[in-house]
Design a protein around this ligand. Structure first.
Ligand SMILES: Cc1cc2nc3c(=O)[nH]c(=O)nc-3n(C[C@H](O)[C@H](O)[C@H](O)COP(=O)(O)OP(=O)(O)OC[C@H]3O[C@@H](n4cnc5c(N)ncnc54)[C@H](O)[C@@H]3O)c2cc1C
Length: 274
Protein backbone atom coordinates (compact mmCIF):
# COMPACT_ATOMS: atom_id res chain seq x y z
CA UNK A 1 0.00 0.00 0.00
CA UNK A 2 1.31 3.47 -0.88
CA UNK A 3 2.61 5.44 2.12
CA UNK A 4 0.28 8.23 3.19
CA UNK A 5 1.89 11.60 2.29
CA UNK A 6 2.76 13.79 5.27
CA UNK A 7 1.57 17.00 3.59
CA UNK A 8 -1.10 17.91 1.02
CA UNK A 9 0.66 19.54 -1.91
CA UNK A 10 -1.08 21.86 -4.41
CA UNK A 11 -1.89 20.20 -7.73
CA UNK A 12 -0.14 22.89 -9.69
CA UNK A 13 2.20 25.67 -8.69
CA UNK A 14 4.06 28.58 -10.24
CA UNK A 15 6.00 31.48 -8.88
CA UNK A 16 3.23 34.06 -8.43
CA UNK A 17 4.07 37.69 -8.93
CA UNK A 18 1.78 39.96 -6.90
CA UNK A 19 1.56 43.42 -5.38
CA UNK A 20 0.11 45.07 -2.32
CA UNK A 21 -3.46 46.38 -2.61
CA UNK A 22 -3.72 47.72 0.93
CA UNK A 23 -2.97 47.10 4.59
CA UNK A 24 -4.58 47.88 7.92
CA UNK A 25 -4.07 47.31 11.62
CA UNK A 26 -6.94 44.96 12.50
CA UNK A 27 -6.15 44.54 16.23
CA UNK A 28 -3.38 45.52 18.66
CA UNK A 29 -0.98 42.82 17.42
CA UNK A 30 -2.14 42.10 13.85
CA UNK A 31 -1.66 43.84 10.51
CA UNK A 32 -3.73 42.53 7.59
CA UNK A 33 -2.06 42.97 4.20
CA UNK A 34 -4.18 42.37 1.09
CA UNK A 35 -2.37 41.46 -2.10
CA UNK A 36 -3.57 41.16 -5.68
CA UNK A 37 -2.42 40.82 -9.27
CA UNK A 38 -3.31 38.85 -12.40
CA UNK A 39 -1.12 35.86 -11.46
CA UNK A 40 -3.44 35.18 -8.50
CA UNK A 41 -6.17 34.17 -10.98
CA UNK A 42 -4.38 30.81 -11.14
CA UNK A 43 -4.35 30.40 -7.35
CA UNK A 44 -6.56 27.60 -5.95
CA UNK A 45 -7.44 28.04 -2.26
CA UNK A 46 -7.30 24.78 -0.31
CA UNK A 47 -8.73 25.98 3.03
CA UNK A 48 -7.36 24.72 6.36
CA UNK A 49 -3.79 25.99 7.07
CA UNK A 50 -2.97 26.71 3.40
CA UNK A 51 0.49 28.29 3.44
CA UNK A 52 2.98 29.70 0.98
CA UNK A 53 6.52 30.98 0.71
CA UNK A 54 6.63 34.73 0.40
CA UNK A 55 9.33 36.74 -1.37
CA UNK A 56 9.61 40.32 -0.15
CA UNK A 57 11.84 43.17 -1.26
CA UNK A 58 14.81 43.48 1.10
CA UNK A 59 14.82 47.01 2.49
CA UNK A 60 18.58 47.40 2.18
CA UNK A 61 18.93 46.35 -1.47
CA UNK A 62 18.40 48.18 -4.71
CA UNK A 63 16.22 45.77 -6.70
CA UNK A 64 13.89 42.79 -6.53
CA UNK A 65 14.12 39.60 -8.56
CA UNK A 66 11.98 36.46 -8.13
CA UNK A 67 13.10 32.91 -8.88
CA UNK A 68 11.45 31.57 -12.05
CA UNK A 69 11.38 27.86 -11.16
CA UNK A 70 8.60 26.49 -8.97
CA UNK A 71 10.03 22.96 -9.22
CA UNK A 72 12.42 21.17 -6.87
CA UNK A 73 15.26 23.50 -7.75
CA UNK A 74 13.52 26.72 -6.77
CA UNK A 75 15.57 27.15 -3.57
CA UNK A 76 18.91 26.58 -5.31
CA UNK A 77 17.85 29.10 -7.93
CA UNK A 78 16.78 31.54 -5.21
CA UNK A 79 20.21 31.30 -3.55
CA UNK A 80 21.87 32.06 -6.90
CA UNK A 81 20.04 35.39 -7.25
CA UNK A 82 22.67 38.14 -6.74
CA UNK A 83 22.50 39.58 -3.25
CA UNK A 84 21.72 43.09 -4.43
CA UNK A 85 18.38 41.94 -5.92
CA UNK A 86 17.63 38.83 -3.82
CA UNK A 87 14.31 39.04 -1.93
CA UNK A 88 13.71 38.14 1.70
CA UNK A 89 12.06 34.71 2.03
CA UNK A 90 9.45 33.99 4.74
CA UNK A 91 6.37 31.75 5.23
CA UNK A 92 2.75 32.87 5.65
CA UNK A 93 -0.82 31.54 5.66
CA UNK A 94 -3.84 32.35 3.50
CA UNK A 95 -6.24 34.16 5.81
CA UNK A 96 -8.86 34.75 3.11
CA UNK A 97 -8.95 34.47 -0.67
CA UNK A 98 -11.57 36.30 -2.76
CA UNK A 99 -11.23 35.16 -6.41
CA UNK A 100 -13.35 38.02 -7.71
CA UNK A 101 -12.26 40.63 -5.21
CA UNK A 102 -14.79 42.76 -3.42
CA UNK A 103 -12.74 45.08 -1.23
CA UNK A 104 -10.30 46.70 -3.67
CA UNK A 105 -11.98 45.93 -7.00
CA UNK A 106 -13.00 42.86 -8.98
CA UNK A 107 -9.61 41.16 -9.29
CA UNK A 108 -8.41 38.37 -6.97
CA UNK A 109 -7.56 39.42 -3.41
CA UNK A 110 -5.59 37.46 -0.82
CA UNK A 111 -5.46 38.56 2.85
CA UNK A 112 -2.47 37.76 5.05
CA UNK A 113 -2.56 38.40 8.82
CA UNK A 114 0.88 39.33 10.16
CA UNK A 115 1.46 38.88 13.90
CA UNK A 116 3.46 42.05 14.32
CA UNK A 117 6.72 41.99 16.26
CA UNK A 118 7.67 45.55 15.38
CA UNK A 119 10.68 46.00 13.14
CA UNK A 120 12.48 43.00 14.68
CA UNK A 121 12.35 41.01 11.43
CA UNK A 122 12.15 42.09 7.77
CA UNK A 123 8.71 40.54 7.18
CA UNK A 124 7.13 42.17 10.22
CA UNK A 125 8.77 45.50 9.33
CA UNK A 126 7.52 45.17 5.73
CA UNK A 127 3.93 44.51 6.87
CA UNK A 128 4.05 47.60 9.07
CA UNK A 129 5.24 49.88 6.26
CA UNK A 130 4.14 48.40 2.90
CA UNK A 131 2.19 50.55 0.45
CA UNK A 132 -0.19 49.84 -2.46
CA UNK A 133 1.77 48.73 -5.52
CA UNK A 134 4.74 47.28 -3.59
CA UNK A 135 5.87 44.06 -5.30
CA UNK A 136 6.15 40.58 -3.79
CA UNK A 137 6.12 36.94 -4.85
CA UNK A 138 4.47 33.73 -3.64
CA UNK A 139 5.14 30.03 -3.95
CA UNK A 140 2.18 27.82 -3.00
CA UNK A 141 3.00 25.01 -0.52
CA UNK A 142 -0.43 23.55 0.29
CA UNK A 143 -1.35 22.08 3.68
CA UNK A 144 0.53 20.74 6.69
CA UNK A 145 -2.84 19.76 8.23
CA UNK A 146 -3.49 16.22 7.01
CA UNK A 147 -5.45 14.30 9.65
CA UNK A 148 -4.87 10.63 10.20
CA UNK A 149 -7.99 8.62 9.35
CA UNK A 150 -9.90 7.45 12.41
CA UNK A 151 -9.18 10.50 14.60
CA UNK A 152 -12.45 11.01 16.50
CA UNK A 153 -11.51 14.46 17.82
CA UNK A 154 -9.00 17.18 16.98
CA UNK A 155 -6.65 19.22 19.15
CA UNK A 156 -5.47 22.54 17.65
CA UNK A 157 -2.80 24.58 19.45
CA UNK A 158 -0.90 27.70 18.44
CA UNK A 159 0.47 31.09 19.34
CA UNK A 160 -0.42 34.27 17.41
CA UNK A 161 1.65 33.28 14.36
CA UNK A 162 -0.60 30.22 13.97
CA UNK A 163 -3.87 32.08 14.53
CA UNK A 164 -4.53 32.34 10.75
CA UNK A 165 -3.87 28.60 10.34
CA UNK A 166 -6.13 27.58 13.22
CA UNK A 167 -8.91 29.93 12.10
CA UNK A 168 -8.58 28.42 8.61
CA UNK A 169 -8.83 24.87 10.00
CA UNK A 170 -11.83 25.76 12.16
CA UNK A 171 -13.57 27.23 9.12
CA UNK A 172 -12.80 24.16 7.00
CA UNK A 173 -13.51 21.16 9.25
CA UNK A 174 -16.79 19.30 9.39
CA UNK A 175 -18.83 21.21 12.04
CA UNK A 176 -19.87 17.87 13.54
CA UNK A 177 -16.25 17.03 14.42
CA UNK A 178 -15.26 17.45 18.06
CA UNK A 179 -12.48 20.07 18.24
CA UNK A 180 -10.58 21.53 21.19
CA UNK A 181 -8.46 24.57 20.32
CA UNK A 182 -6.04 26.70 22.33
CA UNK A 183 -4.88 29.96 20.76
CA UNK A 184 -2.38 32.16 22.63
CA UNK A 185 -2.53 35.89 21.83
CA UNK A 186 -0.70 38.97 23.16
CA UNK A 187 -3.87 41.04 23.74
CA UNK A 188 -7.54 40.23 24.47
CA UNK A 189 -8.59 42.37 21.47
CA UNK A 190 -6.60 40.11 19.12
CA UNK A 191 -9.42 37.54 19.29
CA UNK A 192 -11.05 36.93 15.91
CA UNK A 193 -14.46 35.58 14.96
CA UNK A 194 -14.30 31.80 14.64
CA UNK A 195 -17.05 29.26 14.14
CA UNK A 196 -17.95 27.70 17.48
CA UNK A 197 -20.61 25.09 18.13
CA UNK A 198 -21.47 22.45 20.70
CA UNK A 199 -18.55 20.46 19.27
CA UNK A 200 -16.02 23.19 18.51
CA UNK A 201 -14.44 24.75 21.57
CA UNK A 202 -11.97 27.64 21.32
CA UNK A 203 -9.95 28.89 24.29
CA UNK A 204 -8.23 32.24 23.82
CA UNK A 205 -5.21 32.48 26.11
CA UNK A 206 -4.14 36.09 26.64
CA UNK A 207 -0.53 36.71 27.70
CA UNK A 208 -0.77 39.09 30.63
CA UNK A 209 2.99 39.34 30.96
CA UNK A 210 4.39 41.15 27.89
CA UNK A 211 7.87 39.77 28.60
CA UNK A 212 6.71 36.11 28.66
CA UNK A 213 7.94 33.92 25.81
CA UNK A 214 5.14 33.24 23.30
CA UNK A 215 3.86 29.68 23.52
CA UNK A 216 4.53 29.03 27.22
CA UNK A 217 0.94 29.80 28.18
CA UNK A 218 -0.53 27.52 25.51
CA UNK A 219 1.81 24.67 26.47
CA UNK A 220 0.82 25.00 30.14
CA UNK A 221 -2.89 25.06 29.21
CA UNK A 222 -2.67 21.90 27.12
CA UNK A 223 -0.60 20.13 29.77
CA UNK A 224 -3.23 20.90 32.43
CA UNK A 225 -6.27 20.27 30.20
CA UNK A 226 -8.83 17.55 30.73
CA UNK A 227 -8.86 16.31 27.12
CA UNK A 228 -11.32 13.88 25.52
CA UNK A 229 -10.40 10.20 25.24
CA UNK A 230 -10.08 8.14 22.09
CA UNK A 231 -8.14 8.43 18.82
CA UNK A 232 -7.27 12.03 17.98
CA UNK A 233 -5.38 14.23 15.54
CA UNK A 234 -3.30 17.18 16.76
CA UNK A 235 -2.14 20.24 14.83
CA UNK A 236 0.28 22.39 16.82
CA UNK A 237 2.25 25.33 15.38
CA UNK A 238 3.99 28.49 16.56
CA UNK A 239 7.18 29.15 18.48
CA UNK A 240 9.37 26.09 18.16
CA UNK A 241 9.36 25.15 21.88
CA UNK A 242 5.55 25.22 21.88
CA UNK A 243 5.38 22.78 18.96
CA UNK A 244 7.97 20.36 20.36
CA UNK A 245 6.68 20.77 23.95
CA UNK A 246 3.08 19.85 23.05
CA UNK A 247 4.27 16.87 21.03
CA UNK A 248 6.54 15.66 23.85
CA UNK A 249 3.72 16.01 26.39
CA UNK A 250 1.17 14.16 24.22
CA UNK A 251 3.54 11.32 23.39
CA UNK A 252 5.18 10.86 26.81
CA UNK A 253 2.34 11.69 29.20
CA UNK A 254 -0.80 10.89 27.19
CA UNK A 255 0.63 8.09 25.00
CA UNK A 256 -0.62 9.63 21.75
CA UNK A 257 0.94 7.94 18.68
CA UNK A 258 3.57 10.23 17.10
CA UNK A 259 1.94 9.81 13.68
CA UNK A 260 -1.25 11.46 14.94
CA UNK A 261 0.52 14.76 15.66
CA UNK A 262 1.50 17.43 13.12
CA UNK A 263 3.92 19.75 14.93
CA UNK A 264 5.55 22.71 13.20
CA UNK A 265 7.94 25.30 14.60
CA UNK A 266 6.75 28.36 12.68
CA UNK A 267 9.53 30.50 14.19
CA UNK A 268 12.30 30.34 16.79
CA UNK A 269 12.63 32.79 19.64
CA UNK A 270 15.82 34.83 19.10
CA UNK A 271 16.53 33.42 15.61
CA UNK A 272 15.68 34.83 12.19
CA UNK A 273 14.04 32.47 9.66
CA UNK A 274 16.42 31.17 6.91
C1 LIG B 1 3.93 27.33 7.47
C2 LIG B 1 4.05 28.67 8.18
C3 LIG B 1 3.01 29.57 8.15
C4 LIG B 1 3.09 30.79 8.84
N1 LIG B 1 2.04 31.68 8.80
C5 LIG B 1 2.12 32.86 9.48
C6 LIG B 1 1.05 33.82 9.42
O1 LIG B 1 0.06 33.65 8.71
N2 LIG B 1 1.18 34.96 10.16
C7 LIG B 1 2.30 35.21 10.93
O2 LIG B 1 2.36 36.26 11.58
N3 LIG B 1 3.35 34.33 10.95
C8 LIG B 1 3.29 33.19 10.25
N4 LIG B 1 4.34 32.31 10.26
C9 LIG B 1 5.51 32.66 11.07
C10 LIG B 1 6.46 33.61 10.32
O3 LIG B 1 6.92 32.97 9.14
C11 LIG B 1 7.67 33.92 11.25
O4 LIG B 1 7.20 34.58 12.39
C12 LIG B 1 8.76 34.71 10.55
O5 LIG B 1 10.00 34.35 11.17
C13 LIG B 1 8.61 36.23 10.64
O6 LIG B 1 9.64 36.79 9.86
P1 LIG B 1 10.35 38.16 10.25
O7 LIG B 1 11.19 38.54 9.07
O8 LIG B 1 9.36 39.14 10.77
O9 LIG B 1 11.29 37.77 11.49
P2 LIG B 1 12.67 36.94 11.44
O10 LIG B 1 13.69 37.68 10.64
O11 LIG B 1 12.39 35.52 11.04
O12 LIG B 1 13.10 36.98 12.98
C14 LIG B 1 13.63 38.18 13.56
C15 LIG B 1 13.40 38.12 15.06
O13 LIG B 1 11.99 38.18 15.27
C16 LIG B 1 11.59 37.08 16.09
N5 LIG B 1 10.27 36.62 15.62
C17 LIG B 1 9.99 35.97 14.45
N6 LIG B 1 8.66 35.69 14.37
C18 LIG B 1 8.12 36.16 15.52
C19 LIG B 1 6.78 36.17 16.01
N7 LIG B 1 5.75 35.64 15.32
N8 LIG B 1 6.57 36.76 17.22
C20 LIG B 1 7.59 37.31 17.94
N9 LIG B 1 8.89 37.33 17.52
C21 LIG B 1 9.14 36.77 16.31
C22 LIG B 1 12.66 36.01 15.90
O14 LIG B 1 12.75 35.16 17.01
C23 LIG B 1 13.92 36.83 15.71
O15 LIG B 1 14.47 37.21 16.98
C24 LIG B 1 4.28 31.11 9.56
C25 LIG B 1 5.36 30.20 9.55
C26 LIG B 1 5.24 28.99 8.86
C27 LIG B 1 6.41 28.02 8.86
Amino acid sequence: MAKRPKFVKPEHRDIISAHVLGSKQISPSFVRVTIGGDDLRGFTPMGFDHWFRMFLPDQGVSGFRLPTSAGNLWYAQFKLIPKDVRPVLRNYTVREFRPTGGVFGDGPELDIDFASHGDLGPASAWANSCAPGDPLGLLDEGLIYNPTPGGRWHLLVGDESALPAIVGILRSVDPALQVRSYIEIPHADDRQDVPVSDNIEVQWLVRDDASAKPGELALAAVTAADLPDGPSYTFVAGESDLATGVRRHLVNDRHVPKGDIAFTGYWRHGHAAY
